[in-house]
Ligand binder design. Structure first.
Ligand SMILES: NC(=O)c1ccc[n+]([C@@H]2O[C@H](COP(=O)([O-])OP(=O)(O)OC[C@H]3O[C@@H](n4cnc5c(N)ncnc54)[C@H](OP(=O)(O)O)[C@@H]3O)[C@@H](O)[C@H]2O)c1
Length: 439
């Protein structure tokens, strides 16, 4: 039997994502003991009510008998995130394969409390795995400290750093698009690609996250992790295999070569702040934190050096959308030119959310009246069959239980991303007030 232990079982992530994802996996993973752990005092029955409400809120029409059985697999232990609190867990007679999921506010202190608590109570062995949620540190130095500390107690193969963007269906679909279709890989480089755009836009503001967000901003909150991961995943070389090691090596090779497109911060970076941000709860009235950022980068390798990649992430945008757009160069010789017809760029547009589709813009429609080729779009995706779509946390947990780390992030990737981001933030530091535009 396997055991899943969820720290922060009373929290938002658990309620909004994890219980639903675990329920969806219940058919595949029924031989599991599940324990929720947090400081809030609750009986097993009260805790199961939280899990039930969460599944009913986030799973479409859950089967009531299955839900009842699932709830019976849960126990709740209340305690502090330190060795005294975790001593309560030690009394639960946990044996064999154990997954510790830290769904608690990130930061070295809390992670230390839990991990030292597990170690002191002899709850870490070769059968243990630990899942860490983002943010992984607040800069290069703090990320390094977290890595070093966790690696003292767990081998790298036991550490699962989750970035749920990588677990989204359409991101994983890109692997198949690029590497299962030999028509794309030969042209996936600077000889044929003109530019790449990575956009992560949210329509909401910061909600009640002011305390954290005002210290972080869009660059640390979204670009350091999700956007750089999408960039690495979109441009990495064909991995030697689908193993986690090969995929991590592929992404690492990109992350270590990311440079600003231009030495001038003002040319390569733009930042903005939405109207009303300073009135949000816990935000400083004279805050110069960016809620929108756009960074133009290059990957400094022969294959990519000439291709500008623009990464944009912002809050309070017109709509919530995540897109990867690959713009190909125009045909070098336009044989329609003499007719005054413009042949357009081919574009591959991957809409990671909300449409969950891939669109390929081709010049194809031949108009008999002017004999010109016109652009048209081939669209394929999951949008029309929601049943085929999986929630990212379901994908991530399935892989965790199979001990497949390929959609998780390794320690090097974290450090390389922070190294680049620390450099960007250092560059804009003296110019921040001048650069920040209202929108
Ligand atoms: N929410 C999301 O959608 C989301 C998405 C991506 C990543 N994440 C990451 O997932 C983790 C959990 O997120 P969350 O939104 O669930 O967090 P949360 O609700 O703020 O915290 C989770 C639980 O941790 C305990 N806790 C909160 N503050 C604490 C503190 N200062 N000291 C000790 N315990 C504390 C609370 O439980 P008790 O008081 O009962 O112990 C709380 O219920 C974070 O690292 C977050 O960055 C969240």
């Amino acid at each position: 039997m396997k055991t899943f232990i969820l720290f922060g079982a009373s929290g938002d992530l658990a309620r909004q994502k994890l219980y639903a994802a675990l329920f969806e996996l219940y058919a595949e993973e029924s031989d599991f003991r599940r324990i929720g752990f947090a400081r809030t005092e609750m009986t097993n029955a009260e805790f199961r009510e939280i899990v039930k409400e969460s599944v009913e809120a986030y799973v479409a029409k859950p089967d009531s008998k299955k839900l009842e059985k699932f709830l019976q697999t849960w126990e709740y232990v209340s305690g502090s995130y330190d060795s005294n609190g975790i001593a309560q867990l030690a009394q639960c007679c946990i044996v064999g394969e154990v997954f510790y999921y830290l769904s608690i506010p990130s930061g070295l202190e809390l992670i230390q409390g839990v991990v030292n608590g597990l170690a002191k109570n002899n709850l870490i062995n070769d059968g243990s795995s630990i899942v860490l949620e983002k943010p992984f540190g607040f800069d290069f130095g703090s990320a390094k400290k977290i890595n070093l500390f966790v690696q003292k107690h767990f081998k790298e193969t036991q550490i699962y750093r989750i970035d749920h963007y990588l677990a989204k269906d359409l991101v994983q679909d890109m692997l198949a698009l690029r590497f299962a279709n030999p028509i794309f890989e030969p042209i996936w480089n600077g000889k044929y690609i003109e530019k790449i755009d990575i956009d992560i836009k949210e329509d909401e503001g910061i909600r009640s996250r002011g305390q954290y967000y005002d210290k972080a901003g869009a660059i640390k909150d979204m670009i350091q992790n999700h956007a750089l991961q999408l960039l690495a995943f979109s441009t990495m070389d064909k991995p030697a295999s689908l193993s986690a090691k090969s995929i991590h090596e592929g992404k690492n090779a990109i992350l270590k070569r990311i440079k600003l497109w231009s030495e001038s911060a003002a040319e390569a970076i733009s930042i903005g702040q939405y109207d009303g941000y300073k009135n949000e709860p816990y935000v400083s009235p004279d805050s110069d934190t960016e809620t929108l950022a756009s960074i133009k980068v290059r990957i400094d390798s022969p294959k990519w050096r000439t291709v500008p990649v623009t990464i944009t992430s912002g809050k309070k945008m017109d709509k919530k959308t995540t897109d990867i757009t690959i713009h190909f160069k125009k045909n070098s010789k336009n044989i329609w030119e003499g007719r005054g017809c413009e042949v357009q760029n081919n574009i591959i547009h991957i809409n990671v959310q909300p449409d969950n589709d891939i669109r390929l813009k081709l010049n194809s429609e031949y108009d008999a009246s002017d004999k010109c080729a016109y652009p048209t779009e081939l669209r394929f995706g999951f949008r029309d069959n929601k049943m085929l779509l999986k929630e990212p946390y379901e994908n991530a947990l399935r892989d965790l239980f199979a001990h497949d780390q390929s959609i998780f992030i390794n320690s090097k990737e974290i450090l390389l991303s922070w190294k680049f981001i620390d450099g960007v933030l250092e560059k804009i530091k003296p110019l921040r007030k001048k650069m920040l535009k209202k929108y």
